[in-house]
Ligand binder design. Structure first.
Ligand SMILES: Nc1ncnc2c1ncn2[C@@H]1O[C@H](COP(=O)(O)OP(=O)(O)OP(=O)(O)O)[C@@H](O)[C@H]1O
Length: 208
């Protein structure tokens, strides 16, 4: 599904960051591991179509991501990739359900109200659909982020450092939630982390 070949990136005044080739199949679950500053976020941004690499190519379902126009890349990302950022980035003036549905509108995908409510229910936050981000706990916000990332039925779910600020019990719960949701929704999963606790939960490792 995703093919990364001969990829490298150089930021202005930075050193060259080289990325080993990587092939991700449908519904694969991967850990992206590496020390702080080695390039994990850079690679996730490249895979998400947010940062054009200096060299190399990235094929997603045989589409070479960086041959698309900026507009097509945004639509492509909205439809195929769900991203869970370190911070939720929700719109504070919209309730939980409207935040989810905005993600569909932005990607030009029809809104499926029933499914979105079900998604929230599956994540244990069905009762929070009409609440606003400011009224939620960090754990609840993270669940909303996962729901929002799944709204458009992506082929790939990406989570950047989802456990770094959590204690052992909550970290294990978040990993369980991500792996189960990816599986149930037919998506591949990449979790980027330097949290060694995550290692035992996911079989495949891409080391940077
Ligand atoms: N916009 C930028 N401009 C210049 N250099 C950058 C930029 N973003 C990242 N870098 C540099 O590129 C390297 C890789 O950064 P990146 O954020 O991808 O690492 P990371 O593995 O995600 O780190 P962490 O685990 O600490 O989040 C670092 O040396 C960083 O300083």
């Amino acid at each position: 599904m995703i093919n990364i070949r001969s990829l490298s990136h150089v930021y202005e005044k930075g050193r060259k960051i080289k990325f080993p080739d990587w092939q991700i199949e449908d519904m694969d679950q991967w850990l992206l591991l590496g020390a702080s500053g080695c390039g994990k976020s850079t690679l996730l941004n490249i895979i998400s179509g947010l940062l054009k690499p200096t060299q190399g190519e990235i094929l997603i379902n045989d589409t070479d991501l960086y041959t698309l126009s900026a507009r097509s890349t945004d639509r492509f990302r909205g439809r195929h990739i769900g991203i869970i950022f370190q911070r939720p980035h929700l719109i504070r003036s919209l309730n939980v359900l409207d935040n989810l549905e905005l993600a569909a509108v932005m990607a030009g995908v029809p809104i499926d109200h029933e499914r979105n409510l079900l998604l929230l229910k599956d994540l244990g936050i069905g009762n929070l659909a009409k609440r606003y981000p400011d009224e939620l706990s960090q754990g609840q916000l993270q669940r909303v982020s996962v729901a929002r990332a799944l709204v458009n039925k992506p082929d790939l779910l990406i989570a950047d450092e989802p456990t770094s600020s959590l204690d052992d019990e909550n970290a294990a719960q978040v990993i369980e939630m991500l792996t189960t949701q990816a599986k149930d929704n037919g998506a591949a999963l990449i979790i980027a982390t330097h949290d060694q606790r995550v290692r035992e939960h996911i079989a495949k490792t891409y080391l940077l």
